[in-house]
Design a protein around this ligand. Structure first.
Ligand SMILES: Nc1ncnc2c1ncn2[C@@H]1O[C@H](COP(=O)(O)OP(=O)(O)OP(=O)(O)O)[C@@H](O)[C@H]1O
Length: 242
């Protein structure tokens, strides 16, 4: 069964009639220039922004889910995270269990291990580097074991090793019945780690399909206004402005 189906999702002027599907086991990448609507779409699906249109999670209309059900089934990683209090990494990751009302230490520890933040378990979040903090916030989402992870630029602040590592963690997380929808600016990483891509431009979907279908010179010229060199047969794939 389709994990998530979107039909004509719109938000004011910022997002216009986006329709797509996400299959179980799939990592779907949202790409597009600054201001294209990637975060807006993720916020609509996470229930943070109101949206017109229809969205279904495993055939069930999203608006029929209670807040708790939604929080259990959809995990959202915002682009910017900040704790108002000086919480420890253990506290933050454990907060991921909030929708379940339990204190499943094993789930929290496993998420921390996957994102390689276990070593910081007793440290204060505000005393970690930006990239370390970003991985802690991802661990918090994974600790909730949602069916669908929505991640807004999960690798934006990460070093070369952790970009690859976190995308592989999300790939592994999606395996089976789960799915991941993430926004990403690095098109080579998008081509390498995403099964399908949705290219947004000025709030509209310009292309949707496999990396080979979406990452064409014409699409990228239209969206980004630059000419690109594309080699998707190379391992890893190469997409560079000319
Ligand atoms: N709070 C807001 N109120 C009004 N307009 C907003 C708000 N936040 C973003 N926008 C506008 O909505 C449009 C889409 O923004 P969005 O953040 O979804 O883009 P994005 O694709 O995620 O961009 P980026 O790659 O820069 O993160 C932009 O034109 C932006 O200026």
């Amino acid at each position: 069964m389709t994990l998530m189906q979107l039909e004509a999702i719109s938000h004011a002027e910022r997002l216009q009639a986006v329709s797509l599907d996400l299959q179980p086991g799939e990592v779907l990448g949202l790409i597009g220039p600054n201001g294209a609507g990637k975060s807006t779409l993720l916020h609509c699906l996470a229930g943070i922004l109101p949206a017109q249109g229809q969205a279904w999670l495993q055939g069930q209309p999203l608006q029929q889910l209670s807040e708790r059900q939604r929080a259990r089934r959809i995990g959202f990683l915002p682009q910017h995270n900040q704790s108002a209090w000086a919480l420890s990494v253990a506290d933050i990751v454990s907060l991921g269990r909030l929708p379940w009302g339990d204190d499943d230490r094993q789930a929290a520890r496993a998420a921390a291990a996957a994102t390689e933040v276990e070593q910081f378990w007793h440290r204060r979040i505000d005393r970690l580097s930006g990239g370390e903090q970003a991985r802690v916030w991802l661990a918090r989402v994974l600790a909730g074991q949602p069916q669908l992870v929505l991640a807004d630029e999960p690798v934006a602040s990460l070093d070369l090793y952790h970009q690859q590592h976190v995308l592989q963690v999300l790939r592994d997380y999606a395996a089976g019945e789960r799915g991941v929808m993430l926004s990403v600016h690095d098109l080579s990483l998008a081509a390498r780690y995403c099964d399908r891509l949705c290219l947004l431009h000025r709030g509209r979907m310009l292309a949707f399909g496999s990396p080979a279908e979406v990452l064409t010179r014409e699409h990228l010229r239209q969206a980004f206004g630059v000419d690109t060199h594309i080699d998707l047969h190379n391992q890893p794939p190469v997409i560079l402005p000319r």
